[in-house]
Design a protein around this ligand. Sequence first.
Ligand code: NZQ
Ligand code: ZN
Length: 391
Amino acid sequence: MNNFTFYSPTYFVFGKNEENNTGKYVKRFGGKKVLIHYGGGSVVRSGLLDRIKASLQKDEIEFVELGGVKPNPRSGLVYEGIELCKKEHVDFILAVGGGSTIDSAKAIAVGAMYEGDFWDFYSGKAVEKALPVGTVLTIAAAGSEGSSGSVITKEEGMLKRSAGGEAMRPVFSILNPELTQTLPAFQTAAGVTDIMAHLLERYFTNTKDVEVTDRVIEGLLLSMIHEAPKVIENPNDYQARANIMWAGMLAHNNCCGVGREQDWGSHDIEHELSALYDCAHGAGLAVVFPAWMEYTMKHDVLRFAQLANRVWGCSMDFKHPENTAKAGIHAFRNFLKSIGMPQTLGELGGKEEDIPYLAHTASYGNGNDGTLGSFVVLKEEDIANIYRLML
Ligand code: NZQ
Ligand code: ZN
């Protein structure tokens, strides 16, 4: 196991009706003038936004609003938010929604404390200061409610890039699983896929002797395999929703990733797909991850076989562990299909002729130097081969 530090100071409030206490938590974390940030309208339709406003009013907290965050959030609205914060002297950002809304809120929080262009932080500049961000989460997926990262797409060139820094980690996050019951099945499944991908990006490592984090990841994957079909079958299954929601946080606040090298190649490969085709990030990962696994399996067949055996219940073929490894990838694909996720690039709106562009931007974008990944370092040609496996 490698040396590490772990500091994850978000205050989590979990359970039914907790969104009605939002004002109390904003106050606790020093907010006096709040920007309520939200997406395309689900929180308006569900009545959540009104409940949040009532809670702020009860605690005599002033607020302004900015809705309209799109999935794969865009820089245009971030600039608007920054301007609004500066003009209104906002001192706290409250994100009400999913990963896209939270990421947009984080970008505004950073930009509001900076004189230059916020995009600098999405082009490699270190984040040092940000307004405090609180969240009321409505979808279990990206893990942004507990993470120090944010992903934004710049309209010009459709560049999807990430920024990270401790100042961006939410000061509090309210997680009420009931709020996720209005999600369409596709979004629920895309969220589950993203959660599993966050676990797998950490699982595939070259670091030895990481049994504890291996087992934590395997346990979370097993619980996702167990719980996801229940919510696809019955969207109102509160207990299954609750388990998935907490798994989404644990999968990405890095408690599973400490002390080990992590890969993140599949995420970089996927981000080019959601940038170019505007597909749901989780749906993109459903296509990318199994292809990445097929391509990289030979690097450490025993690790793939271990996953197949411990998580997918495939019997271990000690003479030919590659058979076990392949059976695991097959089981993963079948699982993703069973929850309604796409299997091919075409289903995401992708085209074969785009592959050279995708491979090039993936290998050189997001601060990459022509390669990506860490478990297996992939060059542009490898990335193109992986995209081809998705056809
Ligand atoms: O915009 P509204 O109307 O709210 O609708 C959203 C959106 O259309 C809808 N939705 C959310 N909660 C709902 C709901 N509909 C009905 N009922 C509810 N309770 O679902 C759609 C997707 O929402 P979005 O916020 O885009 O989903 P998600 O949480 O999957 O976020 C995806 C974004 O997060 C980034 C992804 O790249 C993508 O841009 N990621 C952020 C990470 C981070 N900050 O740490 C890490 C991840 O790997 C990921 O890259
Ligand atoms: Zn993700």
